[in-house]
Design a protein. Structure first.
Length: 256
């Protein structure tokens, strides 16, 4: 379950897309200008309201192809999981298109010498307009302890790619969204057990950098914003030191 990808020392990062293909195209232009060829997207690539996932992902794949980009994405809480898991499973994950790959929980891959692990999923907080099994799959929301134990047992990693933030990340003294507490606490266990240096996440729709202490380790946590925000949803991960460089809203607008 590991693939090896060469890069030019950096990888593009995208926050929650929520089905906004116009924004995706502009963001891809920004990343091409930054001399990026590969992208990691932190979940909510699609939105549950999109009526035709096949059409949506085909259009997204074409956008990536026109820009010469390849993208791997993890699960959020807006994905059509049955569709994604019905696609062909290849060496790099579920093949959604020529340029687009979905990686499920526990999937490992390397870029250069950096080892990544996917651990997607997050709680959905407004479930009233959704129908279970049609546009809501609650079994994919919670990251469970047994999943984390298996992932940790498989060996260490450098970067954990999540949708939600680890529970050790605090916001004005409180954690938001109590329904997600089980997932966030299990993300703590995963980050510590894997010995990662960096956690990447989305879901909270704000650009954040935090330092957390887990099991005697200091881990940096980088949260990305969402499509449509003026800054914070498009960035570059520098593989040499695992720092994250934001690409400005001005660049995003210029690429549109």
């Amino acid at each position: 379950m590991a693939t090896h990808t060469q890069s030019h020392g950096k990888v593009g990062l995208l926050g929650d897309i929520h089905g906004d293909l116009d924004w995706l195209e502009a963001a891809c232009g920004t990343l091409v200008s930054a001399e990026v060829s590969h992208i990691i997207q932190v979940g909510d690539f699609q939105h549950f309201d999109h009526p035709n996932p096949d059409q949506y992902y085909r259009a997204a794949d074409q956008i990536l192809g026109r820009q010469g980009l390849r993208c791997v994405f993890i699960g959020g809480n807006h994905e059509h999981f049955p569709y994604l898991r019905s696609q062909r499973l290849g060496a790099s994950g579920y093949i959604i298109g020529k340029n687009l790959t979905f990686v499920d929980r526990g999937w490992r891959w390397t870029i250069g010498d950096i080892r990544f692990v996917a651990l997607g999923g997050a709680a959905t907080y407004r479930t009233a307009p959704r129908t279970e099994g049609v546009n809501w799959w609650p079994e994919d929301e919670i990251v469970r302890a047994e999943e984390v134990a298996a992932i940790v047992q498989a060996g260490p990693a450098d970067v954990l790619v999540c949708h939600d933030a680890p529970g050790a990340v605090r916001f004005d003294g409180e954690q938001p969204f109590p329904r997600g507490e089980e997932t966030r606490q299990n993300l703590n266990v995963a980050a510590a057990g894997l010995g990662v240096q960096l956690v990447l996440h989305g879901h909270l729709h704000r650009r954040m950098t935090n330092q957390i202490e887990l099991a005697g380790q200091t881990i940096r946590v980088e949260g990305l914003g969402k499509a449509g925000q003026p800054v914070g949803a498009v960035a570059v991960l520098n593989l040499g030191d695992l720092t994250v460089t934001d690409l400005s809203g001005e660049e995003e607008r210029a690429a549109a």
